[in-house]
Design a protein around this ligand. Structure first.
Ligand code: SF4
Length: 217
């Protein structure tokens, strides 16, 4: 099934009325390199945990150069409660090292440049592009992938992030993509949850935007 721009705009309007602030839940204090580190930390971890752990991490390493020079084992200790700490510490240090050495200490905006940073895939790159640079970017995280499928933007049971990204990119207004995805995350936590979506009390169903069938993704 595919959806058109009109349908995407209606879903976007509904999400906007549910969640007026379509903002990132990660508290990165307006510092792009922090958002990058926090996005790396957020894999299989809650935003609340990432926000908590990041306080200690950024107090120990307050800028991108300090993080680039940090002892990887020390980063591991600080981020251990986020899980996958070895890989995440290597990615955080490696990304900051490259930002310091190649990009003059500034997080780049280009997709290819972002993808050249260790631990950065399209999800994080699009998050950075949207939140930091105001560029179009569909952040195809687990909530986005699941709900895009349930709403019919992608095939039933679609699990592929790139196909989801492309399907939404084709119909969601470029200027709305970042907020649209942040709102999908909130909606996915509150209502259209993975295991037991609350279809009976869902505004999308009420407005005729979703049939509300429970789909086993
Ligand atoms: S009706 Fe159910 S499946 Fe459809 S968006 Fe709402 S909670 Fe999700």
């Amino acid at each position: 099934m595919s959806r058109d721009k009109k349908y995407a705009a209606e879903v976007g309007d509904e999400l906007k009325s549910l969640y007026p602030d379509g903002e990132c839940m990660l508290k990165y204090e307006g510092e792009p390199w922090r958002l990058l580190c926090m996005a790396i930390l957020s894999a299989q971890c809650t935003d609340a945990r990432v926000n908590l752990v990041s306080e200690g991490l950024f107090s120990a390493y307050p800028d991108v150069y300090a993080m680039a020079d940090a002892d990887e084992g020390d980063i591991e200790e600080l981020i251990r409660s986020c899980g996958l700490w070895r890989a995440k510490a290597a990615s955080i240090k490696g990304s900051c090292r490259r930002i310091a050495d190649v990009y003059g200490g500034e997080v780049p905006s280009g997709m290819d440049e972002l993808l050249s940073l260790p631990g950065v895939g399209r999800k994080i790159a699009n998050l950075i592009r949207g939140d930091v640079f105001g560029l179009p970017g569909v952040v195809a995280d687990t909530h986005c992938i699941r709900i895009a499928s349930r709403l019919g933007f992608t095939e039933k049971g679609e699990k592929d992030p790139l196909r989801t990204e492309k399907a939404l990119d084709a119909v969601v207004e470029p200027s709305e993509q970042s907020a649209f995805c942040h709102r999908l995350v909130m909606f996915g936590r509150d209502v259209c949850t993975a295991r037991s979506p609350k279809c009976g009390e869902c505004a999308m169903k009420e407005k005729g935007l979703c049939e509300g069938e429970i789909i086993k993704n």
